[in-house]
Write a protein that binds this ligand. Structure first.
Ligand SMILES: [Zn+2]
Length: 590
């Protein structure tokens, strides 16, 4: 069950005057069938913001944002989908219905709100402690890092005391926070003897927020020599998933959108130092390789990324995986290298802001960086070296989604390997095709009861929305009978008019928690071996087989009752033959 009945959402959408609603925020002018204006979500001089009242959607060709009335309200008022639905309902005077499966969702929503409020209390407590007598050591640490009072206040650093009477656990106890909720927050832990104690003790506290600003977790840095671990982080909780948060974006998102690029750094203090040096369009990974969910968050603000990396790790491990993911997701990636052994934090402190800015200005496209790196130490006059180099680069080229970018890469690769461009382009096409056919069979492990073809459709909707939408437009409601993902696919079909690249996001926020988990699991799995169109075919075949079995059962029943001469049986046999024909057509592929 989705958050709201689809019929209600459709009614709302049809009742609201999108042009009037958006026009209150961004003046629009009619041009042909569409309305145009300056985009309210990014700075521009010529209008690239379009509203199509017939389809009920808006789309900006400058920053890429688009969606329906709810998406617009979400972006403009910075609220979540359910809140946007309520606001639109109030505007048109429609009561919001309670959904059947809603009580669980509501309970979960209430718990999430409580957890966020506990984190708010914790931030207030930690910042107060930092200012107090016990915060001296932590204040000195920040001072040694060269961080200014403005930076400290902006990122809301705090101090978690070592123990004693003033602890977070004591505060929660005094304000009667239920113990299970306290524990669910991850901010306190229960000892074997039952006592509740703070998770973070004697640490410099770094609040981690969603890009909307709600604080959902903390990083705690050790303050003493030998205190382990050096960084202690909140566990995953109902409000915090590590791979779904990018540190700092809550502060920097406006700057990122404005300059239309984002510097990506490793750690909390890299980010603080870069921000303080005047480059405010920055986000931090905090030790892990980038996840697809994080790329999606980034792409809401920009698709131009400058990776600020240590040359020792650039092109290796987590940095390489992050870069490759960004390239595969269609981002424009540059690499800004620092001297060996330094990170942005230490580099800026030592060499200054201008030197760092120079490094960013001199950053190199990631694909060029890879070409240089892979060819280094190889003698490309030698056929074996050249083959090895080509194979390595063709594998990368096959992941580039944009054909123009791929061709550009092919040309540079050709120059480098001293072969003709057409040969490289052909090889890339072959590599890309092979990649598709070599993709392992659908990973069903971990996805219980979901059929491979459903999974394939969900994957395609998430990763290749245009192809996915085209495929599900061919589905009939009966095809979905009994499928675990029926409600997700149905909902996706109702979004077919939305800008396809927004589909995964629009879909995710309209799903219930369980449905969203299903969708995410499928979209994070390996690429399916069958195309979306083939998946739809398979689902139709299943449906025809189901109906055929039903018809056969009915025939059996009638024959058992010896009603062999009736009109009824003739109709059933005719239907069965018709279904057999359909099945044959579907099996032949059309
Ligand atoms: Zn825009």
């Amino acid at each position: 069950m989705a958050l709201f009945p689809q019929s209600f959402i459709d009614d709302l959408r049809s009742q609201v005057d999108l042009v009037a609603l958006i026009g209150e925020v961004a003046p629009l002018r009619k041009m042909g069938a569409a309305w145009k204006g300056l985009c309210p979500f990014h700075q521009e001089r010529t209008p690239s913001f379009n509203v199509n009242p017939d389809k009920g959607i808006f789309k900006c060709f400058g920053c890429g944002l688009g969606g329906d009335v709810f998406k617009f309200i979400e972006l403009h008022h910075k609220v979540a989908f359910p809140e946007a639905v309520r606001m639109v309902a109030t505007r048109v005077g429609m009561p919001v219905p309670e959904t059947a499966g809603g009580s669980e969702d509501r309970e979960a929503a209430t718990e999430r709100e409580s957890l966020i409020s506990l984190h708010d209390q914790a931030v207030a407590f930690f910042t107060e402690q930092l200012a107090g007598a016990s915060g001296l050591r932590a204040r000195r640490e920040l001072e040694n890092r060269g961080l200014t009072a403005e930076t400290i206040a902006t990122f809301r650093y705090g101090y978690a005391p070592a123990g004693g009477r003033e602890t977070l656990a004591a505060l929660f106890g005094a304000t009667h926070v239920p113990v299970p909720l306290q524990l669910r927050s991850g901010l306190v832990v229960q000892k074997e003897d039952g006592r509740i104690v703070d998770r973070f003790r004697n640490r410099l506290m770094i609040p981690i927020a969603r890009d909307t600003g709600a604080i959902v977790a903390f990083g705690g840095r050790a303050l003493e020599e030998g205190q382990v671990p050096k960084y202690l982080n909140s566990p995953e909780t109902p409000i915090y998933t590590k791979g779904r948060t990018l540190y700092g974006l809550d502060v920097t998102r406006a700057a990122v959108r404005k300059v239309n690029y984002c510097v990506l750094v490793e750690g909390y203090f890299d980010l603080a130092q870069v921000w303080q040096s005047g480059i405010q369009a920055v986000a931090a990974l905090c030790g892990t390789a980038l996840t697809p969910a994080q790329v999606r968050i980034l792409k809401r603000f920009t698709s131009k990324i400058v990776l600020s990396l240590d040359p020792d790790t650039a092109g290796q491990g987590a940095a390489a995986r992050s870069s490759e993911l960004l390239v595969a997701e269609g981002c424009q990636v540059n690499v800004a290298l620092l001297p060996a052994g330094s990170d942005p934090d230490t580099f800026i402190r030592r060499a200054g802001a201008q030197a760092y800015r120079d490094r960013l200005t001199g950053s190199q496209p990631y694909l060029d960086f890879l070409l240089d790196r892979a060819s280094a130490g190889k003698d490309l006059n030698r056929p074996d070296h050249r083959r090895a180099f080509l194979n390595q680069m063709l594998a990368v080229a096959a992941t580039i989604p944009d054909a123009a970018v791929r061709d550009q890469f092919a040309d540079r690769l050709a120059v480098k390997a001293r072969i003709t461009e057409s040969v490289v382009r052909d090889e890339i096409k072959k590599a890309a095709a092979q990649r598709r056919t070599e993709a392992p069979a659908v990973a069903v492990a971990g996805v219980t009861r979901i059929r491979p073809h459903e999974q394939g459709l969900l994957w395609t909707l998430a990763r290749r929305p245009i192809e996915g939408l085209a495929a599900i437009s061919q589905i009939e409601p009966d095809d979905l009978e009994g499928l675990l993902s029926a409600s997700v696919l149905q909902l996706a079909a109702t979004l077919s008019d939305m800008p396809p690249e927004m589909l995964p996001e629009l879909l995710r926020e309209r799903l219930s928690e369980g449905e969203r988990a299903l969708f995410d699991q499928a979209s994070n799995a390996e690429a399916p071996s069958a195309s979306a169109a083939d998946c739809v075919h398979a689902l139709r075949r299943d449906r025809v087989k189901r109906e055929s079995a039903l018809v056969q059962r009915e025939i059996d029943r009638l024959q058992q009752e010896a009603r062999v001469d009736g009109e009824e049986l003739t109709v059933l046999f005719r239907r069965k033959a018709e279904l057999a024909r359909q099945l044959e057509d579907l099996t032949q592929g059309n």
